[in-house]
Each structure stands twice: as structure tokens, then as C-alpha cells.
Write a protein that binds this ligand. Structure first.
Ligand code: PEP
Ligand code: MN
Length: 264
């Protein structure tokens, strides 16, 4: 269902009135995690003022250590929706547990993100496949393109075909940066699937200074969008502080990208 053989033309996914896919590039930005109402208000303002039309932010965080901040949980979704709705920004947030699906629907989450660690959580994939909500499916950090396409097929086979692939870097022997952004995956995936493909340069590079270069690379290889972490004050971020852009850096990046891509 996700294959080009099934459908030859590019699919454009409508996210509460914002198109993703086709001839334009859509930038999704916001903090790694929801921390407070004030932090989300400042983030939403920055995302809006930079010209982005979609916002990200995690209320449920898949952390390596069980002792690290796990996200604010349910109340985090309220802070996020409150802030984003002031600027009409649809929200993207990660779902880790099928038991939170009703909450996500009740709160009006616009796009469900499946993180790298859950790419092959097949029960979770099947459940989001039954929903009428777009899904961002991140690539497993050690997943092949075939694994990734098949994971998407699990969602699509249940009826939900509004799937967006997100390349966020893969694990290799390199230790100098967080992950290796697989730029080759973009044209390969665009050939294999009719669905939109976006890049997350923040989790790929793991450093704010790498984000502009990786973003330009993403656009150059044909990505349909970018998922970028921003924070009103990156040094104070509770999660992924090193890779967050500040509001001015996000604005500068958006202007830079406008020169090389059609940002809608
Ligand atoms: C995130 O987007 O904050 C995240 C945890 O990403 P990933 O699943 O790619 O590590
Ligand atoms: Mn993060």
C-alpha cells in the first residue's frame, strides 16, 4: 500500500489544513520535550514567528535511562495544545503506549509520532493504523529501508494511509556526532514510496551547529520536510539541549532554506 507500484503519484497529506508532501517543503519545529506552559508559549511564538506551520513537542519521552526525565505526561499535552492553538499550529507528539491513544484523541493531537525505538513495535503500529490521524514514522536507528517500509505497511494495512517517513540518523561506528544522517535514504525512499519523507537533522547530528548544514542537505536530496528541535533557551532545555536551536537560529535557518526550497 505504501509502494509506488500501488500509487504512482506523490501523496500530499493534509494536516489540519497544512499540506505535507508534493512540491513544497514543510518545517516542523518545537522543543524536544514539553516542560511548562511558559516554555511552550515561548516556543510556539518562536515557531510561528520563524514561519513554521507545524509544531513538535514530546509529553511522553523515550529516554535511555529510566532515571532521566520521562516527560510531563498528560498535563504536557494540555500545555502543548494551549500554546499551539494560539498560533493555529497543528501539533506533532510522540505516542509510546497504546493505552494513551484515547488521551491523544481526546486532546486533539494532530500528528502521532512513532519514535525510532518503536518503529517495529507492531502492536503499536497496528493500533495507530486504525486511527484517522496522520502518523510520522521515524526510522529505527538500526533499521534497513525494507524494515522501515514494512513497518509503515503494518500501519497502512489497518486502513490509515496518512504516513510520513522521518529519517533521523542511523547508528554506525562513528562517535563524533550522535547518528549518521542517511541522505541516500531520501531518494531511495522517494523512489519506493508515494508517501512524504522528512528529515530530522536535530537527532541525526545531535549538535545545534550541525542543523543548518544537514537541513540544506535534506532539502537538496528532495526531503518533503524537516523536523527541527528548538527551545526558547537551549542551554536550559531538560532534554537534548545540545541540539536545540534558539529562536533566532530557527529564524535564520528558515530564511536560508527559503532561498533553496519552496517553503509553504
Ligand atoms: C524525538 O523526536 O524527540 C525523539 C525522541 O526522536 P527519536 O525517536 O528519533 O530518537
Ligand atoms: Mn529530542
Amino acid at each position: 500500500l505504501v509502494s509506488r507500484e500501488f500509487k504512482s503519484t506523490d501523496t500530499v497529506i493534509d494536516i489540519a489544513g497544512v499540506p505535507l508532501g508534493g512540491k513544497t517543503v514543510q518545517i516542523i519545529s518545537g522543543p524536544c520535550s514539553v516542560e511548562s506552559q511558559e516554555q511552550m508559549d515561548l516556543s510556539a511564538k518562536a515557531v510561528h514567528e520563524a514561519g513554521c506551520r507545524l509544531m513538535r513537542g514530546g509529553a511522553f519521552k523515550p529516554r535511555t535511562s529510566p532515571y532521566a526525565f520521562q516527560g510531563l505526561g498528560d498535563i504536557g499535552l494540555d500545555y502543548f495544545k494551549n500554546a499551539a492553538s494560539k498560533y493555529n499550529l497543528p501539533v506533532v507528539t510522540e505516542l509510546m503506549d497504546v493505552r494513551k491513544i484515547d488521551l491523544f484523541l481526546e486532546k486533539g493531537v494532530d500528528v502521532i509520532q512513532i519514535g525510532t525505538r518503536n518503529m517495529q513495535n507492531f502492536d503499536l503500529l497496528k493500533e495507530v493504523g486504525r486511527l484517522d490521524v496522520p502518523v510520522i514514522l521515524k526510522r529505527g536507528m538500526s533499521a534497513t529501508i525494507k524494515d522501515w517500509l514494512m513497518a509503515a505497511e503494518y500501519i497502512a494495512a489497518q486502513g490509515n494511509q496518512r504516513i510520513i517517513f522521518a529519517e533521523r540518523g542511523i547508528r554506525t561506528f562513528e562517535t563524533q556526532y550522535r547518528n549518521v544522517l542517511d541522505v541516500t535514504a531520501i531518494p531511495v525512499l522517494k523512489k519506493e514510496t508515494h508517501l512524504p519523507v522528512i528529515i530530522d537533522p536535530s537527532h541525526a547530528g545531535g549538535k545545534a551547529w550541525l542543523v543548518p548544514a544537514l537541513s540544506r542537505a535534506a532539502v537538496a536530496v528532495g526531503a518533503d520536510g524537516l523536523l527541527i528541535e528548538t527551545h526558547p533557551c537551549p542551554s536550559e532545555a531538560w532534554c537534548d539541549a545540545d541540539q536545540a536551536l534558539n529562536p533566532q537560529q530557527l529564524k535564520d535557518l528558515m530564511q536560508d532554506l527559503a532561498g533553496i526550497a519552496h517553503i509553504l
